[in-house]
Ligand binder design. Structure first.
Ligand code: FAD
Length: 420
C-alpha cells in the first residue's frame, strides 16, 4: 500500500502496478477484484474497501497512471457513487464488511429507492412504511423512477418508521435485498425509447434490523448524505463503467471495454461530457462556426464549462476538507444542467432541419439526438433545478425558508395533507 500521499510518488507506484498487472485478456471480474485488492479501484475510499484513503491530487495522479497505461477502470453505478459513500459514513463494521466487497469489485448492482409518486422534490413526505416485526422490518409502499432496479441485487431505501413524528424525523434508512418475493419491479419506458428506470412495489418485503443504516429515525440525515454525493460531480465513487446492468464478469476486460464504448447512448454521453466533442464536430461540419452569434454562444459555453470545472474543484475540495460535500454542490449541479441545455440547443440549431429528425439515420448516427432527448432528465434527477435553487437560497445564502414550510416541519407527518 502507498506509504505516501505525494502525487508523483503515487503516480509512480500506480504506473508500476498497471505495467505489471494490466492485461485486456483477463476476465472482467478478475480485473475489478485486482483493482479493489490493490486499492486502485476507488483510491479515495479507505484501505480495505477498494481504496487507499488518498486525497484529491494523489487520487488524480493514480487515475492519470491508469489512463497512460490504457487500463480499464473500476465499476460505476449507484452502488459505487451513492451506496458506498453512505455505507462508509454510517455503516457498522459488520455492514461495511458485508456490503463493500461486492460493491468495489462490481459483483453487486444496487439501486436507489427514494422517490415516490407523491414524494419527489418533497422527499421528506415519503409514505412507504416500515414496521418492526421481531428483528425484521416489514416494508409496504410504492417507489418510482428507480434507475436500474430491474438489474439490482440490493437497494438503498428510505421508509417511514414513525408517522407521528414530524416528517423529516420519522424516516429510517435501510439496505434492502431486492431479490425477494415482496419486491415487484416494473420497468417504465421513457421518451428516449429506453427503459432505464422503474416503478417498484414493496408488499410485505423484509429487511433485518441489522441492515438498518444509521439510527432509527435518522434516515433524513443519512439520505441527505446520499443526495449530496449524487449532486457532487467530483464523486469519489465514479468509475469507468457507467452501466446499470450487471455485466458478464467472465468476459475479457478488453472486449467489455470495447463493447461499452460502442454502446454509448444519450445517458452515458450526458455523464461523460462527450457531447462537447460531438458538438464541435457538428458545428465544424455545418459551417456555422464562423457566424458571430454562434461563435459568441460557443464561447459562453466554453467559459461556463471552464468556470464550472475550476470553481467546482475548489469548492468541493474546500468542503471536503471538512467532511461530506455540503449544499454548495447544488451550484455545480445547476450549472451542469444549463451547460447540457445550451450544448443541445447549439447542436440541434447547427444541424438545421435535420435537427428535427430522430433515429440512427440522423447526423452523428442519432447519438446527439439521443443526448438531446436525455438533457431534460439532468434538470430533474437528483433534485430538480428549482429544488437546487431553494437549497442554495436557504442553506448556502441563509435566506428565509419557503412560506408555510416551518409549520409543516413541526407537525406530525400523519396530520399533513398527502403530497403536501
Ligand atoms: C433520469 C432520472 C433518474 C432518476 N433516478 C432515480 C432513482 O434511481 N431513484 C429515485 O429514488 N429517484 C430517481 N429519480 C427521481 C428524481 O429524484 C425525481 O424525479 C425528482 O426528485 C423530482 O421529483 P418528481 O419527479 O416527483 O417531481 P415533483 O417533485 O412533482 O416536481 C414537479 C415540478 O415542481 C417543481 N417543484 C416541486 N417542489 C418545488 C418547490 N418547493 N419550489 C419550486 N419548485 C418546486 C419541480 O422543480 C418540478 O419542476 C430519477 C429521475 C430522473 C429524471
Amino acid at each position: 500500500m502507498a506509504e505516501t500521499t505525494d502525487p508523483e510518488a503515487v503516480h509512480a507506484e500506480a504506473a508500476a502496478w498497471y505495467a505489471e498487472t494490466w492485461d485486456p485478456d483477463r476476465p472482467l471480474g478478475e480485473w475489478w477484484q485486482l483493482l479493489a485488492d490493490a486499492g486502485w479501484a476507488f483510491s479515495r475510499f479507505p484501505e480495505g474497501f477498494g481504496g487507499r484513503g488518498l486525497g484529491g491530487p494523489a487520487a488524480k495522479a493514480a487515475e492519470r497512471a491508469r489512463h497512460e497505461a490504457g487500463a480499464f477502470g473500476s465499476p460505476s453505478g449507484i452502488a459505487t457513487f451513492l451506496a458506498a459513500p453512505t455505507i462508509l459514513t454510517y455503516g457498522t463494521d459488520d455492514q461495511k464488511q458485508r456490503f463493500m466487497p461486492g460493491i468495489v469489485n462490481g459483483q453487486d448492482v444496487w439501486c436507489q429507492l427514494f422517490s415516490e409518486p407523491g414524494a419527489g422534490s418533497d422527499l421528506g413526505g415519503l409514505a412507504t412504511r416500515a414496521v418492526l416485526d421481531g428483528d425484521e422490518w416489514v416494508i409496504n409502499g410504492q417507489k418510482v423512477w428507480n434507475s436500474g432496479a430491474q438489474f439490482s441485487k440490493y437497494a438503498i431505501l428510505m421508509a417511514r418508521t414513525d408517522p407521528e413524528q414530524p416528517k423529516h424525523r420519522g424516516i429510517t434508512y435501510f439496505l434492502i435485498d431486492m431479490e425477494q418475493e415482496g419486491v415487484d419491479v416494473r420497468p417504465l419506458r421513457e421518451m428516449t425509447g429506453d427503459a432505464a428506470f422503474n416503478e417498484v412495489f414493496l408488499t410485505d418485503a423484509r429487511v433485518p434490523d441489522a441492515d438498518r443504516l444509521g439510527d432509527l429515525g435518522d434516515g433524513w440525515r443519512v439520505g441527505m448524505t446520499t443526495l449530496s454525493h449524487e449532486r457532487d460531480p467530483d464523486n469519489a465513487g465514479m468509475g469507468d463503467a457507467a452501466a446499470f446492468e450487471q455485466p458478464d464478469l467472465d468476459m475479457p476486460v478488453g472486449q467489455y471495454a470495447e463493447a461499452l464504448a460502442a454502446k454509448v447512448d444519450g445517458f452515458s454521453l450526458a455523464l461523460s461530457g462527450g457531447a462537447t466533442t460531438i458538438l464541435n464536430g457538428i458545428v465544424e461540419g455545418s459551417g456555422v462556426g464562423s457566424e458571430p452569434v454562434t461563435r459568441q454562444a460557443l464561447m459562453e459555453l466554453l467559459s461556463m464549462r471552464r468556470t464550472s470545472r475550476w470553481s467546482g474543484e475548489r469548492a468541493v475540495a474546500a468542503v471536503k476538507a471538512g467532511g461530506q460535500p455540503g449544499p454548495e454542490v447544488s451550484t455545480l449541479k445547476l450549472v451542469g444542467s444549463e451547460i447540457a441545455r445550451r450544448t443541445r440547443d447549439q447542436g440541434l440549431g447547427a444541424m438545421g432541419p435535420t435537427g428535427m429528425l430522430w433515429g440512427e439515420h440522423t447526423p452523428e448516427n442519432g447519438l446527439f439526438h439521443a443526448y438531446s432527448m436525455f438533457t431534460p432528465a439532468l434538470s430533474i434527477a437528483g433534485g430538480s433545478d428549482e429544488v437546487q435553487r431553494n437549497i442554495i437560497g436557504e442553506r448556502v445564502l441563509g435566506l428565509p425558508r419557503e412560506p408555510g414550510e416551518s409549520d409543516q416541519r413541526e407537525k406530525p407527518w400523519s396530520e399533513l395533507p398527502r403530497g403536501g
